[in-house]
Design a protein around this ligand. Structure first.
Ligand SMILES: [Zn+2]
Length: 101
C-alpha cells in the first residue's frame, strides 16, 4: 500500500496531509509500505450508513502496521486486539483488512 513520506524529515503517513506534522514541510514523496499489521483497537458497527449497509455488522479497526504506522480501516471479520491482519483492498479510498490465518 502507499504512504506519504515527508521529503524533509522522512515522516511517514498513510493519509495525505497539507503539511508535515513534524517539520511543517509541504513536499512529500509516495512510498510503498507493508499492508501487514495487528489490530490496535476496534469498534463494531451494527447500523451502517447506506453506502456500507451491505457490510454491516462490520468492524472499524485501527491497525498498527508492521512499520508502526497506524491506519483506520474496515473489517468484515470479527476481530480481537492483537490479531494479525493484512490489507485486502482499497475501496473508495477506504482500507479493507482481513485476518491472516
Ligand atoms: Zn517533515
Amino acid at each position: 500500500m502507499k504512504a506519504y513520506k515527508c521529503s524533509e524529515c522522512g515522516y511517514k503517513s498513510i493519509t495525505k496531509k497539507y503539511y508535515c506534522p513534524e517539520c511543517r514541510a509541504t513536499a512529500y514523496e509516495i512510498v510503498d509500505v507493508s499492508g501487514d499489521g495487528t489490530v490496535y483497537s476496534y469498534t463494531t458497527i451494527h447500523i451502517a450508513p447506506p453506502e456500507f449497509a451491505d457490510l454491516a455488522p462490520y468492524q472499524v479497526v485501527l491497525i498498527e502496521l508492521s512499520n508502526k504506522l497506524k491506519v483506520t480501516g474496515f473489517m468484515k471479520d470479527k476481530v480481537n486486539i492483537g490479531d494479525k491482519v493484512t490489507i485486502k483492498e482499497i475501496k473508495d479510498s477506504t482500507y479493507v483488512f482481513e485476518k491472516v490465518s
